[in-house]
Design a protein around this ligand. Structure first.
Ligand SMILES: Nc1ncnc2c1ncn2[C@@H]1O[C@H](COP(=O)(O)OP(=O)(O)OP(=O)(O)O)[C@@H](O)[C@H]1O
Ligand SMILES: [Mg+2]
Length: 475
């Protein structure tokens, strides 16, 4: 299993591809060293009280010794609740897991809701596993690869031949020098990493993995054609062979999946994990507890973020109540934009659609609508993020639109306006582009108005009752 876990923690880096998403401009909570929110920093603007409160939660998570706290982000649509949760996620170290689910997702999975929630909880609990590894670390003096002595074609050495290649690797530290015999696999690994003499490398004896640590300072003048990213380091001291502690971080869920099926490792990428049996989880819990006692592993409680939490039903809420009392529970962050509404699965109404007993366990952070200035700043940041150049008066107009309609609508107009600008072969987005896309795309208010006028030409349109019509207009 250890090998699989290692493979897993390495493959993580591969899956981190980022597109420009709704929150990609957010790089943190924008707090200073004493956890006070800066006016505008790390992509975050305004909303200071909420960000400050989120900062305190962040400290709580970093300390890592309080389990099962839950925080509710409550506020009107578009006031930055999801953005703040993303800010928390970005501020966490790489090791602290952040699991992100939307409550509505739970209802569309093939597995039961409580199973999905359990998986989400276990995705938010990290395990840091420490392992001793034998490592050879030093500066490469020379690599000699033998040509096959009795080969027919020396020049056309294909892949099949490289497997039978042998060679010698000379490595040194400041104190010693040793020659190692190389097998075909090792030669391939060295070739892949493009190891040359003068490189400082580490070889994992068990797995044969080669890591290039940098170039030796002593050899820095030999090659003047090095790329700017070349890192120069000192030639290591002492013994070549060292015992080193290697740490890899996985989540409980990942360990569950690896152990629940034979092809478990792949299931992590396809997401097709199915239900995981309770026995598997019990086994893993006791195994992890064992590791902890032996000092081989630590638990890192992370964060579970459930967006649109009003979509959960009464059964999920009572599950959450209990799950939070587990000593391995992560910090739960939930968000909703609902006011007083019915709790799903019941006929009762409650604030945010959350049952009173669960509400009572929550710390509530409320977000406020943005001022015109703040909207302007957020739009500025989004223009940068989307690489759109916009003239000053176009920005003023867009901000006005943002105030009149919604921040989201204004954000969406940026890309559209940039396309309109491209079409007229302009470089900078001007007011004309903004007003053009403002006419092309309706915001909610205008769309509603339009519907009210042409109601009867649509399918299933009911003749509006006076009061209902009023309600729709206000929201
Ligand atoms: N303080 C802020 N600084 C920078 N960008 C922000 C800020 N608040 C919100 N945004 C951006 O504005 C957009 C809307 O905000 P967000 O999605 O966080 O709203 P929300 O409160 O989650 O709304 P909803 O209740 O509808 O889910 C997002 O693109 C978000 O990144
Ligand atoms: Mg949201």
């Amino acid at each position: 299993m250890a090998a699989e876990l290692k493979k897993l923690s390495e493959s993580r880096d591969l899956t981190r591809i980022e597109r420009i998403g709704a929150h990609s401009h957010i790089r943190g909570l924008g707090l200073d060293s004493s956890f006070e929110p800066r006016l505008s920093s790390e992509g975050m603007v305004g909303q200071q009280p909420a960000r400050k409160a989120a900062g305190i939660i962040l400290q709580l998570i970093r300390d890592g010794n309080i389990a099962g706290r839950a925080v509710l982000l409550a506020g009107q649509p578009g006031t930055g609740k999801t953005a703040i949760a993303m800010g928390i996620a970005k501020s966490l170290g790489q090791e602290t897991p952040f699991a992100n689910v939307s409550a509505s997702e739970l209802f569309s999975l093939e597995i039961s809701r409580t199973e999905a929630l359990t998986q989400a909880f276990r995705k938010a609990i990290g395990v840091r596993i420490k392992e001793e590894a034998e490592i050879i670390e030093g500066e490469v003096v020379e690599i000699v690869i033998d040509r096959p002595a009795s080969g027919s074609g020396g020049a056309g050495g294909g892949d099949s031949k490289s497997a039978s290649k042998t060679g010698k690797l000379t490595m040194k530290t400041t104190d010693m020098e040793t020659v190692y015999e190389l097998g075909g696999k090792m030669i391939e690994a060295l070739g892949k990493e493009k190891v040359q003499s003068g490189d400082v490398i580490a070889l994992d004896k068990a797995s044969g993995k080669v890591t290039k640590l940098g170039r030796s300072i002593g050899r820095s003048r030999d090659y003047d054609a090095m790329g700017p990213q070349t890192k120069f380091i000192r030639c290591p001291e002492g013994e070549l062979q060292k015992r080193k502690e290697v740490v890899h971080c996985v989540t409980l869920h990942e360990i569950d999946v690896i152990n629940s099926r034979t092809q478990g490792f792949l299931a992590l990428f396809t997401g097709d994990t199915g239900e995981i049996r309770a026995e598997v989880r019990e086994q893993i819990d006791s195994k992890v507890a064992e590791w902890r006692e032996e000092g081989k592993a630590d638990i890192i409680p992370g964060v579970l973020f459930i967006d649109e939490v009003h979509m959960l039903d009464i059964e999920c809420f009572s599950f959450l109540n209990r799950a939070l009392e587990n000593e391995m529970a992560p910090i739960l962050v939930i968000a909703t934009n609902r006011g007083i509404t019915t709790i799903r699965g019941t006929n009762y109404r409650s604030p945010h659609g959350i049952p009173a007993d669960f509400l009572d366990r929550l710390l509530i952070i409320s977000t406020q609508p943005y001022s015109e200035e703040e909207i302007g700043k957020i739009l500025d940041i989004r223009c940068d993020e989307e690489d759109v150049e916009m003239s000053k008066d176009a920005k003023v107009l867009l901000t006005k639109i943002g105030v009149e309609t919604s921040l989201r609508y204004a954000i969406h107009l940026i890309t559209a306006a940039a396309l309109a600008c491209q079409k007229r072969k302009g470089k900078v987005v001007e007011m004309v582009d903004i007003s053009r896309v403002y006419q092309l795309f309706l915001d909610v208010k205008r769309s509603t108005q339009y519907l009210m006028e042409y109601q009867n030409q649509y399918m299933f349109s009911e003749v509006p009752r006076e009061t209902e019509g009023d309600e729709a207009m206000q929201s």
